[in-house]
Design a binder for this molecule. Structure first.
Ligand SMILES: [Zn+2]
Ligand SMILES: [Zn+2]
Length: 364
């Protein structure tokens, strides 16, 4: 049996369909029949050649969901239950985190482990089916697997996708207290999920900065109390909107999910003294930001936190949040359009042009 996958041969080259032989399964591995994968901002960066360490050719698609077609041996999900053929499974895209290096053990920053690999990004197509834009995905031994709750449609899980998992991490870094006011910069997949999660975490007021109009409508549906169109306002207008919403105090917490160096410059004066700023949107180098350290960090007593990648806990928490809230919060609307494998170049072009918050890929 051959398996069709979409391969990105090199940066800026069209993605092409190739046939792969079905892999021989090692003990402890699973062959997943892909139901959905996604096209996210990272895939666009990878296609532009702006991410270091990508071993082209690759099969893109880092977060995916599917059904276990074949299971070799005793494979356990993260809750300890045995995985069986036919189970609907999600898996954590980060694998081979070593658990022994300095990052893993001393500084406890496992997302900075050098051995860490990511499906669809740092695994080469020459090694096998390590990406979601494929009819099947090889879940090698040791990959963290979770059974998708029956109540959560796979389309909903993937519409949240990597943006939701990243947002869970950003919210953890944000340390939101009950009643906090929160600014979210960016209404892409990460920002939209961060809005909903900030509300669930106890924020009394969430202000979203983004564009275009349909994303702002979705931001409001996700829970934003104030949604400001960055294409129709000046920085002064937006500062006034924050002052209005916070009685002139500034927000307690701001979360950057915009990927813009200017966004960082804009946010610092909008956070209250002693507040927190989490930067989650600069997954590639967006250039220099110019800030006045005295005014905006030192005197302000500001806490600025980076947020790189995600850990198993964020993946598991994302699924728990979806299980409880997928009906009330419209994650499904983020995955605005579904493309077959034969149309992945169109999906990539639509994601690049930001015509939709997220494109879904349905390989079978
Ligand atoms: Zn390590
Ligand atoms: Zn992603």
């Amino acid at each position: 049996m051959s398996i069709v996958a979409a391969v990105m041969p090199a940066p800026r080259m069209p993605v092409e369909l190739r046939e792969f032989a079905e892999p021989a399964l090692e003990p402890g591995s699973v062959l997943l029949r892909t139901q959905f994968s996604e096209v996210c901002g990272t895939d666009v960066h990878v296609w532009h050649g702006r991410l270091a360490g990508v071993p082209y050719p690759i099969i893109p698609g880092h977060v995916s969901v599917g059904a276990a077609a074949k299971v070799h041996g005793d494979v356990r999900a993260v809750d300890g239950t045995r995985v069986a053929e036919g189970d609907t499974l999600a898996f954590f895209d980060v694998h081979r985190t070593c658990g022994r290096c300095r990052a893993c053990t001393v500084t406890r920053t496992p997302t900075r482990c050098d051995a860490r690999r990511v499906y669809g990004i740092t695994d080469s197509a020459s090694e096998g089916l390590f990406g979601g834009w494929s009819q099947a995905i090889y879940l090698e031994p040791g990959v963290t697997i979770a059974r998708l709750p029956r109540s959560v449609p796979p389309e909903t899980y993937i519409s949240g996708g990597c943006g939701l998992i990243t947002a869970v991490h950003a919210i953890e870094r944000a340390g939101i207290d009950l009643g906090d006011t929160v600014l979210v910069q960016g209404t892409g997949a990460v920002g939209l999920s961060a809005i909903a999660l900030a509300k669930l975490a106890g924020a009394s007021q969430v202000i979203a900065f983004g564009a275009p109009a349909d994303r702002l409508a979705l931001a409001s549906a996700m829970g934003a109390d104030v949604a400001v169109d960055i294409q129709r306002t000046t920085a002064a207008d937006r500062a006034a909107a924050v002052a209005d919403a916070t009685a002139g105090l500034g927000v307690d917490v701001a979360i950057e999910a915009a990927g813009s160096a200017r966004a960082v410059e804009e946010a610092l004066p909008l956070v209250r003294d002693g507040g927190r700023y989490v930067i989650a949107g600069h997954y590639t180098d967006a250039g220099e930001s110019t800030i006045n350290v005295h005014q905006h960090i030192n005197r302000k007593h500001l806490d600025i936190r980076g947020c790189w990648g995600s850990e198993v806990a964020h993946f598991v928490r994302a699924i728990r949040v979806l299980e409880r809230h997928h009906d009330a919060i419209p994650w499904r609307r983020i995955g605005a359009r579904t493309y077959p494998l034969s149309a992945v170049n169109e999906a990539l072009a639509d994601a690049e042009a930001m015509r939709l918050p997220k494109a879904l890929v349905q390989p079978n």
